[in-house]
Design a protein around this ligand. Structure first.
Ligand code: RUQ
Ligand code: CUA
Ligand code: CA
Length: 641
C-alpha cells in the first residue's frame, strides 16, 4: 500500500501509532530506494490491539490461575544467546532455559566433562566454540504430528545441528556440518519417502545459506563464481551427516512434505551473488524442492563426489545437471523476490513461500511438484497455484487447520489472516473472492509467527504467537538494550485478538507450540544410565601418579566427603552422583577460585576435571537450595603446597 494510505490508516492512533509508523517508515526507507516495494492491492480492516491492561484482563484467556498448568509447551530458539527456551502457553511464563551452544554455569553446561564432550573441545581440553546462534526448533514426527521424542535446533554461527531429548529437555548430541557456512533452516522429515512402515522422523534437513569456497581452505578467496551452497541431510538417530546436495543459489528456510517425498528450501540469492545489490538483482527467486528418494538412490549408486577432507557424499543438484525432470533431484520453482520462510500447510497439500521484498505469498501445490518430477508439468512455475498480495514484508506463515494462513508482515508490523483456497480461486481469475480476512497490528515488526500445533496435521487453530523484533515502548525501559515482545493472538474467531504480551530475551526466531499431553518428561534420572555413577562401593579418592579421582555422592544436606585433600599440580576429576530420589531435589557443586559450578539432579551423575594449581583451602559448597541445612552443605577442598 502507498504511504498516503498507510498514514490515513494510522491517523486516529495516539502515540503508539506514531511510533509504529516511524519504525515502519525507517524500515521501508532502506528498501524503497532500491525500488523494491510495490503496492498491496487488497486492504482489510485492521483490528486494533487492546490498549490497556484493563482490556487485557477483560479478554483474559491467556490467564492461567495460580496453581493451574498451561495447555501448551512453546519450544523456542534463543537466537545469538545460543540457547533454547520452554515457555508455557497461554500464560507466556518461562519454564526453563536449555543451554545448547552456549555456556550455562547454572547447570554446568560447558563446564562438566559430559557437556564438553557433546559441545566438542580443542586438544587442550577447552571448548571448541563458546558461541552459537539458534533459529529453528522443530520436533520429531510420527503420523504427521509430534511424537514428543526429540527437538532439533540449528546453530547458524558455526553450522551445527543439536538434538534435545524431550524426556530430560537436555541436549544429547551436536553435529558440525561440513562444507557449509550460515546453516539456517532446519526441518525433520515426517515419514520415509519409500518405506510405508517408517511413518516417523528418520532424517533432519539443513539449509546452508552463505556461499563459500568448496572446500573453504584458502582457495578461490577472490572468485565468488566458484563458491557454492549445500543442502544437508543428517540421520535423526545417529546424528551423522548422510549426504549433501550442491545447489545453484542458496538455502534459507526449510520445510518437508507430509508424504516424506520432498524437502523444500526458499532461496533469496538465486543470483549466486556475493554482495547485497547482486542478491536483489533478479525479479524472481526460487523455492527448491528436493526429491529425497532420487537423491538417496544416487548416493547408493555411487554417483557422488566429496569435498576436501569431508567423506560425506555430495550429489549435484545444480540446474545444469538436472535438465531432465524424470531424473532430476531438484526442482527450482520461481517465487517472489528475495523470499523468506517456507511452510507446509497442515492438510499436506501446499507449501507457502513468503515474498519478503515482494508483498506476496506464493502457494505451491506439492502434487504438482511431483508431476514436474514425473515429466508431466510444462514448467516449474506451473506448480504455483496462488500468489496473493498480502502486505509488506511477509516472512513466516502459520496455519489454523481450517484452511487459513497467518503471515507475519515485517514492514507493515501486522499479522495478516488469509484463506488459502480463496487465494487459489483468485489466482484462477475469480475476482469476487475474499482472500484477506483480517489484519492485526503487532508491536513491532514481527519476524517469526507460528500457530498452536500449526506445523502438524493436528493444527488446532487456537493460538498464534507473533515474535516481534522490537518492543520499544511496550515494557518498562531497561537501558538501551530492549527486550523483545512476543504477542499471543487468539485465532479461534473470525477476528484475531491479541490477548497478551510477554517479554523475550533477545532474540528468539522460530518456535513450535506443542500440546502438553504429547510431552512426557522424567521426574528424576535413572542412576544406571550413567556409566560413571558413584555408589557407596566405589566412593572415595584414588590416585594414579598426578591424576586424582574424587568420587563423591550427595544426599541432602551433605556431600559424602567432608574433606578432600589433593596436592598442587594434580589433575583432579570430581565425579558427583546425587543419591537423593526426591523429585526437584537438586544439589549444586561450586569450588571458589577454581571456576567450577554445576548441578546434579536427583539420581544424576556429572564430572569435572581441572588442574589444582593454587594451594589453599577452598570450600566446595552447594549452590542449589536443597534443605534447611543447605548453607551448611559444604566440604573442604584442600590443595597442599
Ligand atoms: S529466520 S525471523 Cu532464522 Cu525468519 Cu529468524
Ligand atoms: Cu544441596 Cu543445597
Ligand atoms: Ca534475489
Amino acid at each position: 500500500m502507498d504511504n498516503a494510505k498507510k498514514t490515513k490508516m494510522n491517523k486516529d492512533e495516539p502515540a503508539v501509532g506514531a511510533r509504529r509508523r516511524f519504525l515502519g517508515q525507517s524500515a521501508l526507507l532502506g528498501l524503497a530506494g532500491a525500488g523494491l516495494l510495490t503496492g498491496c492491492k487488497e486492504d482489510a480492516p485492521v483490528t486494533k490491539a487492546p490498549a490497556s491492561a484493563a482490556a487485557h484482563a477483560a479478554g483474559g484467556t491467556h490467564e492461567v490461575a495460580p496453581g493451574q498448568l498451561d495447555d501448551y509447551y512453546l519450544f523456542s530458539s534463543g537466537g545469538h544467546s545460543g540457547e533454547c527456551r520452554i515457555i508455557g502457553i497461554p500464560s507466556g511464563r518461562t519454564l526453563r532455559r536449555i543451554p545448547v551452544f552456549n555456556v550455562d554455569p547454572m547447570v554446568g553446561w560447558g563446564i562438566t566433562n559430559e557437556s564438553k564432550a557433546i559441545l566438542g573441545t580443542k586438544p587442550d581440553g577447552s571448548l571448541k566454540y563458546m558461541t552459537g546462534d539458534t533459529h529453528h526448533v522443530h520436533g520429531s514426527y510420527k503420523d504427521g504430528t509430534y511424537d514428543g521424542k526429540y527437538l532439533w535446533v540449528n546453530d547458524k554461527m558455526h553450522s551445527r545441528l543439536a538434538r534435545i531429548r524431550m524426556d530430560t529437555m537436555e541436549c544429547d548430541k551436536i553435529t558440525e556440518l561440513p562444507n557449509v557456512m550460515g546453516y539456517h533452516g532446519t526441518f525433520p522429515d515426517k515419514r520415509d519417502p519409500v518405506d510405508p512402515n517408517i511413518n516417523y522422523t528418520t532424517r533432519v534437513f539443513c539449509g546452508g545459506e552463505f556461499h563459500v569456497p568448496l572446500p573453504n581452505d584458502g582457495r578461490d578467496l577472490d572468485d565468488p563464481t566458484k563458491w557454492g551452497a549445500l543442502f544437508t541431510c543428517v540421520d535423526a538417530e545417529s546424528m551423522e551427516v548422510r549426504w549433501q546436495v550442491r545447489i545453484d543459489g542458496n538455502c534459507d528456510l526449510v520445510a518437508t512434505s507430509y508424504d516424506g517425498k520432498f524437502a523444500a528450501t526458499n532461496q533469496y540469492n538465486t543470483e549466486n551473488a556475493a554482495d547485497q545489490a547482486g542478491m536483489m538483482s533478479a525479479e524472481r527467486d526460487a523455492c527448491v524442492f528436493f526429491d529425497i528418494a532420487r537423491i538417496e538412490k544416487m548416493v547408493k549408486d555411487g554417483k557422488y563426489t566429496t569435498i576436501g577432507k569431508s567423506k560425506v557424499p555430495v550429489v549435484d543438484g545444480r540446474k545444469a545437471a538436472n535438465q531432465d525432470p524424470k531424473t532430476a533431484i531438484t526442482c527450482y520453482v520461481p517465487v517472489g523476490k528475495n523470499p523468506h520462510g517456507v511452510n507446509a500447510s497442515p492438510d499436506g497439500k501446499y507449501m507457502v513461500c513468503s515474498g519478503k521484498l515482494s508483498p506476496t505469498a506464493t502457494v505451491i501445490e506439492v502434487a504438482l511438484v511431483e508431476k514436474w518430477f514425473n515429466g508431466e508439468l510444462k514448467t516449474e512455475r506451473d506448480a504455483v497455484v496462488a500468489e496473493p498480495e498480502i502486505g509488506l514484508g511477509p516472512l513466516h506463515t502459520g496455519f489454523d487447520g481450517k484452511g487459513n494462513a497467518y503471515t507475519t508482515l515485517f514492514l507493515d508490523s501486522q499479522i495478516v489472516k488469509w484463506n488459502v483456497e480463496a487465494a487459489i480461486k483468485q489466482f484462477k481469475g475469480d475476482k469476487n473472492v475474499k482472500v484477506i480476512l483480517d489484519k492485526v497490528d503487532v508491536h513491532y515488526q514481527p519476524g517469526h509467527g507460528y500457530a498452536s500445533m500449526g506445523e502438524t496435521k493436528e493444527a488446532d487453530g487456537k493460538y498464534f504467537n507473533s515474535g516481534n523484533k522490537f518492543s520499544k515502548d511496550r515494557f518498562l525501559p531497561v537501558g538501551p538494550l530492549h527486550s523483545e515482545t512476543e504477542q499471543m493472538i487468539d485465532i479461534t474467531g473470525d477476528k484475531m485478538r491479541i490477548i497478551s504480551d510477554h517479554t523475550a530475551y533477545p532474540e528468539p526466531h522460530d518456535a513450535i507450540i506443542v500440546r502438553r499431553d504429547i510431552v512426557k518428561t522424567r521426574q528424576i534420572y535413572n542412576m544406571d544410565d550413567f556409566p560413571n555413577a558413584v555408589k557407596p562401593e566405589n566412593a572415595g579418592i584414588t590416585r594414579e601418579g598426578k591424576k586424582v579421582h574424587v568420587r563423591l555422592m550427595s544426599v541432602a544436606p551433605a556431600y559424602s566427603m567432608p574433606v578432600i585433600k589433593v596436592k598442587k599440580g594434580d589433575e583432579v576429576t570430581i565425579t558427583l552422583t546425587n543419591h537423593d530420589k526426591v523429585e526437584d531435589l537438586t544439589h549444586g557443586c561450586a569450588i571458589p577460585n577454581y571456576d567450577i559450578n554445576f548441578i546434579v539432579n536427583p539420581q544424576e551423575t556429572k564430572s569435572v576435571t581441572f588442574k589444582a594449581d593454587k594451594p589453599g583451602v577452598f570450600w566446595m559448597y552447594c549452590t542449589h537450595f536443597c534443605h534447611a541445612l543447605h548453607l551448611e552443605m559444604r566440604s573442604r577442598f584442600i590443595v597442599e603446597a
